[in-house]
Design a protein around this ligand. Structure first.
Ligand SMILES: C[S@@+](CC[C@H](N)C(=O)[O-])C[C@H]1O[C@@H](n2cnc3c(N)ncnc32)[C@H](O)[C@@H]1O
Length: 451
């Protein structure tokens, strides 16, 4: 059973913040994402406590594997499954002892109180004893990379294998807090004008290095504080994600497909970048996520044709008219955005990657047939695993005789031979992969690139 089997579980009773955090973390361990279960945790705390609940849950997920290794050493035997929420509660307390400025006496007292609030008064002695020892003795020196960098062992092994010269840098970047980055709506003004507007509002910011419309804030702020946000002056979007529009080489009159579109960040970027497109068709398989595209379009006063469908099943949604441009931002492991979604460390399994690669190749094969000869497809992932990135393109080019690799021809990222890889940069963009393919105007013959 998940910690939040019903949204009313905690509603109406005010619970200590730590108890709510422990229950959210239990739900994550049971397979729910932080985005899904944090709002349920809000039911039991005061509105003022929401940012703190978020900080506790994100921080504990970020350092979960390291904290868990310490707790495992301190517990003589694991807690019973029915008491597992107290394991999460102690991880939250350890997170505060090791990674926050919170006074340790407050952490100890409030954790014991939360233990009672969670209906486990018989465990208060154990919790108190473990946390007192942790405070007194300090953190044991971690030696294993999976513990030092707080990642599941399979991710460490995979990164080490795939990126022998960069794996530590990737793991370290995954543990940093991502910057808040904006995309300026060029229709409403220049990047320089918006930077000035931010300065006038007292918000420190600088232009992004790679994305021409990007602005990186020195500190995150609530979007309501961003000048003109409600009127569509800017959107929140990572710098790497913004790069898709330049790679698509958009021009007036084109028909564009955004095949895996929700929540619509890139759909909106495409429409802002080239308002004179004939049509943008935005598809997503998830009925729950599709309304997010509509909300984003509405705020920016943009319009697109939205379809709820499995993009790979073209018989279900395609009218037979080919597209000049296709953006294929496939579902992936999200291993390039772990710093934004630290719950990925708990939710993703090694066994997920091969099936994901199958879905990615399947989408590419199906959508290729909807691309106009001479048209261009941009393949994108927020992954750093080659299995989902350049190896998909390599496999595709081996079999698709009318496909040609044409880019990205850019200086950023690393050349993989089949596209460019950006690794997560603690000072800037997320981890991302892009490949640009062109469909030949000739009838299909032998492969164009000898792979
Ligand atoms: C990486 S996210 C897309 C992010 C989006 N492009 C943006 O920039 O805002 C991948 C999306 O693909 C959708 N998806 C997964 N499988 C799909 C399929 N077979 N057909 C259409 N959409 C799919 C998921 O629901 C998810 O919204």
């Amino acid at each position: 059973m998940t910690a939040f089997s019903h949204p009313d579980d905690f509603a109406g009773q005010t619970q200590p913040l730590r108890a709510a955090a422990a229950r959210v973390l239990q739900a994550v361990e049971d397979g729910q994402s932080l985005a899904q279960c944090l709002p349920l945790g809000h039911a039991s705390i005061t509105p003022q406590e929401k940012p703190e609940l978020q900080a506790l849950c994100y921080g504990t997920c970020r350092w979960y594997h390291r904290l868990d290794a310490e707790l495992a050493q301190r517990l003589k035997k694991p807690l019973k499954k029915s008491d597992r929420v107290i394991h999460q509660l102690m991880l939250v307390a350890l997170f505060q002892l090791r990674f926050s400025q919170q006074a340790s006496y407050a952490v100890l007292n409030e954790t014991v109180e939360a233990c009672r609030a969670l209906g486990k008064p018989h465990l208060t002695g154990l919790v108190n004893g473990i946390l007192r020892a942790a405070e007194r003795e300090g953190e044991p020196e971690p030696t294993e990379p999976a513990v030092i960098y707080s990642h599941p062992a399979w991710i460490v092994a995979k990164l080490r294998h795939n990126w022998p010269d960069h794996w530590q840098e990737i793991l370290a970047a995954n543990n940093t807090q991502a910057p808040m980055t904006l995309r300026v709506n060029a229709d409403q003004g220049s990047r320089e004008q918006y930077l000035q507007w931010l300065t006038d509002t007292g918000i420190e910011a600088k232009p992004t290095e790679l994305a021409p419309w990007g602005i990186q804030l020195a500190k995150p702020v609530p979007v309501e504080r961003l000048p003109g946000f409600g009127d569509g002056a800017v959107s929140v979007q990572d710098e790497a994600a913004q790069l898709c529009t330049t790679l698509l080489d958009l021009a007036p009159g084109q028909r564009v497909l955004d095949a895996c579109a929700a929540p619509g960040g890139k759909t909106c970027a495409i429409l802002e970048h080239c308002p004179e497109l004939t049509e943008v068709v935005a598809i997503d398989q998830s009925a729950a996520r599709l309304p997010r595209i509509r909300e984003n379009l509405d705020r920016l006063c943009l319009s697109a044709t939205l379809k709820e469908a499995d993009a790979a099943d073209t018989g279900q949604w395609w009218d037979g008219e080919p597209f000049d441009r296709i953006l294929l931002d496939v579902p992936c492991s999200a291993s390039g955005v772990i710093r934004r979604h630290p719950d990925i460390k708990l939710l993703r399994r090694e066994a997920d990657i091969t099936p994901l690669a199958g879905i990615q190749l399947g989408l590419l094969e199906s959508l290729w047939l909807t691309l106009k000869p001479g048209g261009r497809l941009v393949y994108a992932t927020c992954s750093v695993f080659p299995q989902e990135n350049h190896r998909i393109i390599q496999r595709f080019l081996r079999q698709q005789f009318d496909a040609r690799l044409i880019g990205p021809e850019v200086s950023w990222g690393m050349d993989t031979g089949f596209g460019r890889q950006l690794l997560p940069d603690s000072q800037a963009h997320d981890g991302f992969f892009y490949s640009v393919l062109e469909r030949s105007t000739q009838a299909p013959g032998p492969p164009i690139k000898n792979v």
